[in-house]
Design a protein around this ligand. Sequence first.
Ligand SMILES: Cc1cc2nc3c(=O)[nH]c(=O)nc-3n(C[C@H](O)[C@H](O)[C@H](O)COP(=O)(O)OP(=O)(O)OC[C@H]3O[C@@H](n4cnc5c(N)ncnc54)[C@H](O)[C@@H]3O)c2cc1C
Length: 386
Amino acid sequence: MAYELTETHKLVRDTARRIARERVQPRAAEIDEQAQYPEDIYAVFREAGLLGLSVPVEYGGGGSLLALILAVEETAKYCCSCGLILLLSALSTESIIIGGSEEQKRAWLPRSAAGEIRGAFCLTEPNAGSDAAAIESRAVRDGDQYVIDGEKMFISGGSVANFEIVIARTDPAAGTRGVSAFIVPTDSPGFSVARLDRKMGVTGVPTANLVFQNCRVPAANLIGEEGQGFRIAMLTLGTVRPVVGARGLGLSEGALAYALEFARQRRTFGRPILEHQAIQFMLADMATQIEAARHLVYHAGWLVDQGKYDRQYAPYLSFAKVFSTETAVKVSSDALQILGAQGYMKDHPLERHYRDARQLMIVEGTSQIQRMVIARALAEGDIVYG
Ligand SMILES: Cc1cc2nc3c(=O)[nH]c(=O)nc-3n(C[C@H](O)[C@H](O)[C@H](O)COP(=O)(O)OP(=O)(O)OC[C@H]3O[C@@H](n4cnc5c(N)ncnc54)[C@H](O)[C@@H]3O)c2cc1C
């Protein structure tokens, strides 16, 4: 299996690279400190056509997850929150792409791709994180509406969204087959933002606790059929995993570039620290991990673009996510170390990269969950070595 970047991919990458350098980089520290959603950067992404890269072409998008990966990689070199803004354009639309009706696709995808509306993905609850099948939110049919009751936690961008993709239980007795997915506009009666979380990093995108209380949506907002929601949610998370990997990849590249430049300038014991072998080897290991991460992430994105994201391909999506995000934690830590005390200070971006990287090992399936997916594929012979 091989992937190759097309001319369109390269154009997207170059556009994102220019925007990242000219518009994102100068704002990155401020976005982190103010802990506010950067509407100005969202507008820049919208104008550049970067908000619908993974949406199919027939619904106004770019039709390629790999294109989105390239844009996220460039952006996350400077600002992991801004990388998340781009990622959310996929996380909020994939469920509709995977399971939605033609009518739903026409109603929601073109406007999302154009950046006229934005969404969030609501799965996690107080008693259901990794064990997503334990969700307790309920959706009950009432005539031509569904009534949703429940609480969703840690929802990225949930408080700045126009619509939420909500995973809720329609049949309490049917396990994962009793779960359904809904499109819930945030002006629906009974929807509210209960709280914003105070958190360690990625502060530019709010993480919200959402409440659905007697929240009514048209029955037409059910995605697919009742009982298909768990499968839709898992496939959504799977397809977006390589994009989380792209956030880690870009963050790692930004951290390495910064540490390398510092190592050229900083002198100890009469020479630049770049001439000390211990520093050279740290940098060499960082570059090696980045190269490996890039191949896993691009390959996973390419697989999704080929329509290969069902259970059989799940380990490849998990390889990309777990390796790239753990690389981001390691590389940002080592880069910070190369700066010594300065790395610990807010005068440089590395303490921010380090805090931001830590989020990546938790979201969209923790590192442990990715290893469970890979181990299952090994045990069941979906991937074979030897
Ligand atoms: C900043 C941020 C943004 C987020 N955004 C969203 C969002 O937009 N939408 C959304 O729905 N959710 C979101 N989440 C929630 C995230 O998806 C969950 O936190 C994640 O799935 C883990 O769930 P949990 O926190 O409940 O941990 P738990 O499931 O309680 O797990 C706790 C620990 O146990 C480990 N563990 C659990 N089960 C096993 C097992 N079987 N074997 C081995 N180890 C195990 C986990 O890996 C973890 O280390 C976000 C979280 C954060 C931090």
